[in-house]
Design a protein around this ligand. Structure first.
Ligand SMILES: [Zn+2]
Length: 360
């Protein structure tokens, strides 16, 4: 089915997205990742909800339905910022209440994309908001796992270095209207100083592959934080450039690094297969592959506990379980009823028949 061989050891793809209703390859979104999962022999997938392309509510309901229909699926829910910039949501829809509802529905954690410049700007340009603060406080108390996208590659703030593909996606941040890369990293440190036990995995290596000494300082200071190695090809250029250094770094911090592809439906599943194959071979073999950014990438050839930590154990430890939470249909139906007024006509017409079929 794919050019890539099945992976013959346990692996969980900790970072996927479900964004569309259907594609030509597998049809309906409720089949989105099953061909990929089966074809590559994955032991688990974790779908992260997003609130930046459409309403978080709609994406949460899609993903919760996916989890209900396809056993063995982990999911992280997203919060809906009904008021932008972040302010007081309507009564009963504050972020902490939404968080509690998502956990009751059966999400395994929370996805925050609020630190990505294009999301951060419209919610007010700073992560130091009392509304987010209340949420971090609760999530630290509960030990809930967070997958948190903060910033983007720092080249995207640089006129000379920003790649054309990033520019054409609207990801160029040097026009003075976006929060600054280093200001946002400082805000994260302020949050972690206040909530040092936060069970947080920063996506894309916290965009620190060029600055491993800074990442190391954070690992030492905040004992519960981790990063994933979801591409960002720029990260792999840095790994390859400092290969020997990174072999040691990955061994030393093998309990703080997770594997994820950013596999996104409606992309075709061969792209996901290509990506997980590269990641697996980067961690577990000494193969040289043509990897992200069309550059050679030498494998780190980790073994034993180091390898297993990164391939799946860290994810299981951080969500606190080795099987996904069950979906609570009653709680999901109640969530749909409560928030359906926020859905677009299209979202409502796609989701209502599924809610009738699976939840009533
Ligand atoms: Zn992502």
């Amino acid at each position: 089915m794919f050019n890539e061989a099945k992976i013959n050891e346990k692996i969980i793809d900790s970072h996927l997205h479900l964004e569309e209703w259907k594609n030509d390859e597998v049809g309906h979104f409720l089949n989105a990742f099953e061909r990929y999962r089966e074809g590559m022999n994955l032991d688990g997938i974790n779908i992260c909800a997003l609130n930046n392309h459409a309403r978080g509510v709609a994406n949460n309901i899609m993903i919760a339905l996916y989890k209900l229909v396809n056993k063995g699926t982990y999911a992280h829910g997203a919060l809906d910022h009904i008021v932008k910039p972040i302010g007081k949501n309507p009564d009963g829809m504050d972020l902490v209440t939404q968080y509690r509802e998502l956990m009751e529905i059966g999400f395994d954690g929370i996805k925050l994309i609020e630190g990505k410049p294009t999301v951060l700007k419209p919610i007010g340009g700073t992560l130091l908001s009392p509304y987010l603060d209340a949420l971090f406080c609760e999530m630290e108390k509960d030990g809930t796992h967070i997958v948190f996208h903060v910033n983007d590659p720092d080249e995207f703030w640089d006129d000379e270095l920003v790649p054309d593909w990033a520019k054409s996606n609207g990801w160029f941040y040097a026009d003075g209207t976006y929060p600054d890369f280093w200001t946002v990293t400082k805000e994260i440190e302020t949050i972690l100083d206040k909530y040092p036990s936060l069970n947080v995995t920063f996506a894309h290596f916290f965009f620190y592959a060029k600055y491993p000494e800074k990442l190391e300082a954070m690992f030492k200071k905040y004992e519960n934080m981790a990063v994933d190695i979801t591409p960002g090809g720029e990260m792999y250029l840095a790994f390859e450039k400092n290969h020997d250094f990174y072999v040691d770094f990955f061994k030393k911090y093998s309990s703080r690094i997770l594997v994820g592809t950013d596999a996104t439906f409606p992309w075709e599943s061969y792209t996901h297969a290509w990506s997980i194959d590269k990641l697996y071979r980067f961690i577990a073999t000494s193969d040289t592959t043509m990897a992200f950014c069309d550059q050679n990438l030498r494998g780190l050839n980790l073994d034993g506990e180091d390898k297993e930590n990164i391939l799946y154990k860290n994810f299981e430890r951080r969500v606190g379980r080795s099987t996904p939470k069950e979906i609570n249909k009653k709680a999901l139906l109640a969530y749909f009823e409560k928030y359906k007024g926020l859905l677009s006509d299209e979202e409502l017409s796609e989701l209502s028949p599924l809610v009738d079929k699976y939840l009533r």
